[in-house]
Design a protein around this ligand. Structure first.
Ligand SMILES: Cc1ncc(COP(=O)(O)O)c(C=O)c1O
Length: 369
């Protein structure tokens, strides 16, 4: 679904940067429907006890809102390091307003005019947009026809393009599957000659079928490796806008050169701290979401479709069906899923049990009519 901008002519009359002319903004449709399964949010509401803890922490922060917040968000970095474990300390952590801002800050520091960022499509649609915003060339690397990425192919593409930055999305959005460590390692080694920063975007890591699947364990001895995470998905805090990364301490020092002063508000810091301190009840919902996700994979297979194996809170599926017709019919029944622009495929977020049932029943009705 592309929206046309009624002000295009007026926009073109402005002294906009030439390289931004004709570009489209990020545009997942925002429609008011009963079942919203199109942006990979956590569909489970924040548990009451966590809501209360957030309100308490934020109301304490409100007493000091006349002052700028802790520019170094030290307490939050300590709490994030404790959550990740792996021998990481606060000096290895950095946070920002969602992992989108984290990725933007990394591109500001390590990308820019004359530099490039390589990622492997189809992948998260914000990467080229962030590249455009920071005047970094986006190189669309290739995957196999089944959307997998082998260590050999990934490394060869890094050696060919010599990018300043490589982004590996694992689990990959929109296809849902996590990468094995050997892909990350092969890309890291191939980037040695070009001194490439290797970012592993682990926005969905907590949903992996094997929870040990994380590039965090590869950080020791790899100073160019950055693992990005978010509280938008497993922690059910998409509305709070908190993302973070773990890396060598000097990567955080590089980001300090480009971040806005006091970029992470006292309210955001208080929210994140309260959520991290109550993580056991928040993360309990991850198990339910994984169950719904597996249910979607199993049921779609039973209906003769071809879902990809998923390590995330969503399922990407293809098969012998009319994707635009199914998308439209689901919408007419009040269920919004995502057409990611890949012919013959759709992507659906795992919902609550009721939402997932509504989706599966509507698909079955459509296919068996
Ligand atoms: C792969 C991936 N990375 C990063 C993000 C950004 O998340 P946020 O900015 O909410 O942390 C998303 C959001 O959908 C995503 O799918």
């Amino acid at each position: 679904m592309t929206e046309t901008n009624p002000r295009t002519e007026l926009l073109n009359a402005l002294p906009l940067r030439e390289d931004l002319r004709g570009k489209s903004p990020y545009g997942a449709p925002q429609l008011e429907v009963p079942v919203t399964l199109n942006t990979n949010e956590n569909t489970h509401p924040v548990p009451t006890e966590v809501q209360q803890a957030i309100v308490e922490e934020v109301s304490m922060a409100a007493l000091n809102l006349n002052r700028y917040p802790d520019r170094e968000f030290t307490e939050l970095r300590e709490e994030l390091a404790a959550y990740l474990g792996q021998g990481l300390g606060p000096e290895n952590l950095w946070a920002a307003n969602g992992s989108n801002e984290i990725l933007q800050q990394l591109m500001q520091a390590f990308g820019g005019p004359g530099r490039s960022v390589l990622s492997f499509v189809p992948t998260y649609s914000m990467y080229p947009i962030l590249a455009a915003g920071t005047n970094t060339e986006f190189i669309a690397g290739q995957r196999a026809a089944d959307f997998t990425l082998s260590p050999e192919s990934a490394a060869a593409q890094v050696r060919e393009h010599k990018p300043s930055i490589v982004i590996l999305c694992s689990p990959n959005n929109p296809t849902g599957t996590a990468l094995e460590d050997d892909v990350v390692d092969a890309v890291y080694q191939a980037g040695e000659a070009s001194n490439s920063i290797v970012i592993v975007d682990e926005a969905y890591a907590e949903f992996a079928r094997n929870p040990a699947t994380t590039a965090l364990s590869l950080l020791p001895g790899r100073p160019r490796l950055v693992v990005t995470r978010t509280m938008s998905k497993a922690f059910a805090l998409a509305g709070a806008r908190i993302g973070y990364f773990a890396a060598a301490a000097e990567i955080a020092d590089a980001i300090r050169l480009v971040r806005l002063p006091y970029h992470l508000s006292a309210v955001s810091q208080a929210t994140a701290l309260a959520a991290l301190r109550h993580r056991s009840s928040l993360l309990a919902d991850v198990e339910d979401i994984k169950m719904q996700r597996d249910r979607i994979v199993d049921e779609l297979k039973r209906l003769g479709l071809q879902p990809s194996e998923s390590d995330s809170n969503f399922v990407f599926f293809g098969g012998d069906f009319d994707a635009p017709a199914l998308w439209q019919e689901l919408l007419s029944r009040g269920i919004l899923i995502r057409d990611v622009g890949i012919a013959g495929h759709l992507r659906v977020t795992a919902g609550t049990e009721e939402e997932t049932t509504a989706f599966l029943e509507a698909v079955e009705t459509h296919l068996t009519r």
